[in-house]
Design a protein around this ligand. Structure first.
Ligand code: FE
Length: 218
């Protein structure tokens, strides 16, 4: 058997958010996720490693939220949820997130699902959770979803670097400021004052067009 043949199966990368204790959440990166039935009560299967805390938390809580990562996700997010245990750190404290019906969802997600565990089956290393998708929403982020193969090829090294930096400094990377570009001359605003807070009569320092024509760079 050539296990590399399995690498050609396509997966995405997702972040599970699950209740730990009152007001506290655990979670981890998962790739083995698939929707296996549609209709009014869509069914999803998710495999999670048995020795991960997330596995025990899912069994305990019986439900979780799944954030679908965007292709342009900050590599630190993958490191934060993939390279350390929620036994040791509050992973959610390091990333921007919002609560959706009481469960944490990453602000960068392209969509999120809320899943209720129907049953699970134990394998040697993993548990397979069979879940009903009880809610699913797009977030408005129009980026493409991140594929596991693309992560392996293009992002793994950057995630390693981001994690190394996090361990050295003890701080997650600062949130990236949105950039604004002048569509006339291409000037990109990079001042300390957030673009949104510039006065209404502020104008492009290169070509003089007004603030209102600037475009947000995604
Ligand atoms: Fe300009």
């Amino acid at each position: 058997m050539d296990n590399t043949a399995l690498w050609k199966l396509s997966y995405g990368l997702y972040v599970v958010g699950v209740k730990k204790e009152e007001g506290q959440f655990g979670g981890s990166i998962v790739d083995a996720v698939a929707q296996v039935a549609g209709g009014d009560k869509p069914v999803l299967v998710l495999a999670s490693m048995k020795n991960n805390l997330t596995n025990a938390l899912i069994k305990n809580a019986g439900q979780f939220a799944l954030s679908v990562l965007p292709a342009n996700v900050d590599p630190f997010v993958v490191a934060d949820f993939g390279f350390q245990s929620a036994r040791d750190v509050d992973k959610w404290a390091n990333v921007p997130y919002s609560l959706k019906d009481g469960l944490p969802v990453l602000d960068c997600a392209v969509s999120f699902l809320r899943c209720k565990v129907l049953e699970f089956k134990e394998f040697e290393t993993h548990s397979l959770f069979i879940c009903e998708i009880v809610d699913a929403q797009n977030t408005g982020n129009t980026a493409k979803p991140l594929l596991y193969a693309d992560y392996q090829e293009n992002m793994k090294a950057a995630s390693g670097e981001a994690f190394k930096k996090f361990k050295e400094t003890g701080k997650p990377p600062a949130e990236k400021k949105a950039q604004w570009r002048c569509p006339m001359c291409g000037y990109v605003y990079d001042g300390d004052v957030p673009f949104e807070e510039l006065p209404e009569d502020w104008a492009c320092p290169l070509c003089g067009v007004g603030k209102d024509v600037f475009e947000k760079v995604e």
